[in-house]
Design a protein around this ligand. Structure first.
Ligand code: IPE
Length: 280
């Protein structure tokens, strides 16, 4: 049944349409310049927040996750934070852990600021305060991200978290948070990864000749991405694709789309389709 018929039926029955429950990840490469320390792309955050606020006013509910980009990866890479405690540089590492956590709060403040500009209150949940352990099986109560209140959005992000072993600390990616949110919060209808450099998953890295958009992807189909391991301490496009594929087991609409064209989020939610990659 199409949306318009559904709406009429619901109206006839005196009911309101069940709203969409959407989880969105703003990739770090979308909202920062990944190669320059703490270079934020405010106009991109702003244009996504504008669309998000319209959807909230339209009674959809949204949970927002964001990545780190150059507010996390560069320092984490420099001090090998993803490997955990390296005895010979542990003092510098502990300082870097604090700095990256502060830098992530700073990046998060931009997101909250632009939500506010469009009349939405962002409630932030820094993982360093409530999560520990690594990968999608990290420890922490994710259900608080499911709290719904009018004109508010729960927000969390990739972070440096404690690890209760000799590692001491490690990097928890926003992609892992996405997996857990979509698994543990009931009723999620859409999960959307916003990319900063491509229209979706591509057959080859962006800018390479012959690179084409894969419009329907399942993890049986191999992708030959490029992982900028000189900048990126989490898994880049591969971790995103793997996470999206896990999420597709529970959520009907899992997409990777171009965050530089945020109107596609609204198009997807309204029509069920847009330019991008649907993950099945
Ligand atoms: C990484 O989080 C967190 C840190 C490096 C502190 P993500 O893996 O979610 O970040 P992006 O999206 O790749 O930048």
């Amino acid at each position: 049944m199409n949306t318009a018929i559904c709406e009429t039926l619901f109206e006839d029955m005196g009911l309101t349409m069940p709203k969409n429950k959407i989880v969105i990840k703003l990739g770090g490469g979308l909202i920062t310049d990944k190669s320059q320390y703490k270079l934020v792309r405010e106009e991109r955050i702003q244009s996504v927040c504008k669309i998000i606020s319209k959807m909230i006013k339209n009674d959809d509910s949204i949970i927002l996750v964001h990545g780190a980009g150059s507010f996390g990866h560069l320092e984490a890479k420099k001090w090998h934070l993803s490997r955990g405690n390296s005895i010979e540089i542990i003092d510098e590492q502990r300082l870097a852990v604090k700095n990256v956590r502060n830098d992530m709060i700073e990046l998060n403040n931009y997101v909250v600021k632009y939500l506010k500009e469009f009349g939405i209150e962002g409630i932030s949940h820094p993982p360093s305060k409530w999560a520990n352990g690594l990968g999608p099986q990290f420890n922490g109560d994710i259900t608080k991200l499911g709290d719904e209140k009018k004109d508010t959005i729960q927000v969390t992000f990739g972070d440096v978290v404690d690890v209760h072993s000799e590692r001491e600390f490690g990097i928890l990616s926003g992609d892992d948070l996405m997996v857990r949110i979509c698994k543990e919060i009931p009723g999620i209808t859409h999960c959307i990864f916003l990319l900063g450099d491509a229209e979706g998953l591509l057959t080859k890295p962006p800018n390479e000749e012959g690179s084409e958009l894969i419009s329907l992807w399942s993890n049986e189909q191999e992708i030959t991405g490029r992982h900028e391991s000189s900048q990126d301490v989490t898994g880049g496009i591969f971790l995103k694709a793997e996470s999206a594929s896990k999420i597709a087991q529970n959520v009907a609409n899992v997409w990777m789309i171009d965050g530089r064209k945020p109107e596609r989020i609204a198009e997807l939610v309204q029509t069920g389709n847009t330019i991008g990659t649907k993950v099945i």
